[in-house]
Design a protein around this ligand. Sequence first.
Ligand code: AMP
Length: 282
Amino acid sequence: MIIAHSTQELRAFLSQSVAQDASVGFVPTMGALHQGHISLVQASKKQCDVTVMSIFVNPTQFGPKEDLSSYFRPIEKDTEMAKTYGVDVLFLPGEQDIYPPLDSFTISEQTFSSKLCGAYRPGHFQGVCTVVAKLLHLVRPNYLFLGKKDAQQLRIIEKMVEDLFFDVTVVGAPTVREESGLAFSSRNGYLSKDERGAASILYKSLTRAQIEFEKGQRNPDALVACVDEVLSSEPKVRPQYVEILQWRDFARPVQRIDQTCLLAIACFIGDTRLIDNIILEI
Ligand code: AMP
């Protein structure tokens, strides 16, 4: 595995050592790697000749009161894990590589970014779009692998690629879950043992709504109520939002779900904020 610590090292390696006709898959991450990240590496290895992973805790996607300083950075363990699972190039840029002094550009999306997490994390998706655009320009991959776990992020990046004519195919990979149903997340590491037990209620609530949907329930309010009811059975969990939006345009279905929708939730458990979702397919 090649490790590039700067944009110069990355560019030199990619131009000198990767054949022109090799297909390149890219997995951007913030590290503290887990099975969710690894599933993206595996998807890339299946589809592409070369797999590039980046680890960069992107400061611009954190709000002033969020967990930037406490975010896990187990870089040695991550490097070992990336190597074990067959990452070809690990890109570990410093903050100045991505945001050089006098850097003054951002990319912001105007519609989808204000919904769901965007309503509670102002500026978050601007930070995400800006860093992903920069990384795409540096890595120039054929395929970009993102997790459906962060469904709003996936949809906004799909939209950025489409609207700004990036020459890359976005692949959304399924959410990988622990046995309890809890989606793997770097932030699960903040949970105490009890909180971790409580956190499994998130997916249980989504599963309950999925069952109702499959039985024919198409009323969005009824499905949201069903999720709320299950979440309220766990006192450690404080929901921030439970929402259903149409996948295509992120509009709220009014009375009836008649196209594929995203059912997304965000909850606090102690100080830890966790998100999860399912797609309600029509
Ligand atoms: P992060 O390091 O949290 O920024 O995540 C990097 C990538 O891994 C993003 O595309 C996430 O959507 C994806 N990811 C995170 N958790 C999971 C999971 N449990 N299953 C699948 N993909 C995930």
